[in-house]
Design a protein around this ligand. Structure first.
Ligand code: CA
Length: 226
């Protein structure tokens, strides 16, 4: 059973999210401000955190920073909630390393799909837990990624994205499929999530960033020997 921490100061939205996740057999924890969110996250170590940006006491960005600095909470996936008008917030959140975002008002169904997609652990097949391609080696059990023998510090979502592309090496992965499979998006129009994650992934890959090629207006392609 998964536990989700919902951080939202507006009681009706908090209840709406909680109701919809509990209907999917998830356990929910509720925080109404930034301080409470950090305390609950550290104590309960939920499987996922939904984090509103505009919060009393400590805003969502400050909360996120705290979560990423603490070993107990640093790998917990985070979905940020933003007001539709605040697109800058979306970009800031993603660049800080949030896994996904939703703009208000959002449909509860969309939220549930996104939550489930991020919670879906990388399935390990019995025979092969390690996948190798060129200088890349990914261990699906530990979520460790090595490039030319150096371990990269990837978030679980970055790992999932890279793994998917390596498994389909050489074929062009269109944006819609990647957003659907990694994040559970139904409507993929105008999403900043994928491009921001690719950007972060490339930064971490350094010299090997060229292995992820942009295919204009379609998506991305991975080649280990690029
Ligand atoms: Ca708020």
């Amino acid at each position: 059973m998964y536990t989700v921490l919902i951080t939202e100061d507006e009681a009706d939205i908090r209840q709406l999210i909680s109701f919809n996740l509990e209907r999917e057999s998830m356990e929910t924890l509720l925080a109404k401000d930034g301080i409470e969110a950090i305390e609950i996250a550290q104590e309960k170590e939920p499987d996922l955190i939904i984090l509103d940006i505009m919060l009393p006491k400590l805003d969502g960005f400050a909360v996120f920073k705290e979560l990423r600095q603490d070993s107990r909470t640093r790998d917990i996936p985070v979905i940020m909630l933003t007001a539709k008008a605040q697109l800058d917030d979306v970009v800031t959140g993603l660049e800080m390393g949030a896994d996904d975002y939703l703009t208000k008002p959002f449909s509860p169904r969309e939220l549930v799909l996104r939550v489930k997609a991020l919670l879906r652990r990388i399935k390990t097949t019995t025979s092969k837990s390690t996948i190798t391609s060129g200088k890349f080696r990914l261990d699906k059990n530990t979520l460790h990624c090595f490039v030319a023998g150096e371990q990269l510090d990837l978030t679980p979502t970055e790992f999932k994205l890279l793994l998917l592309m390596i498994e389909r090496e050489g074929t062009v992965q269109n944006r819609e499929d990647l957003l659907r499979e990694v994040w559970g998006y139904r409507d993929t129009a105008n999403s900043r999530t994928l491009d921001t994650h690719i950007k972060r992934l490339r930064e971490k890959l350094g010299d090997f960033s060229r292995c992820i090629k942009t295919v204009r207006s379609v998506g991305y392609q991975f080649r280990s020997n690029a």
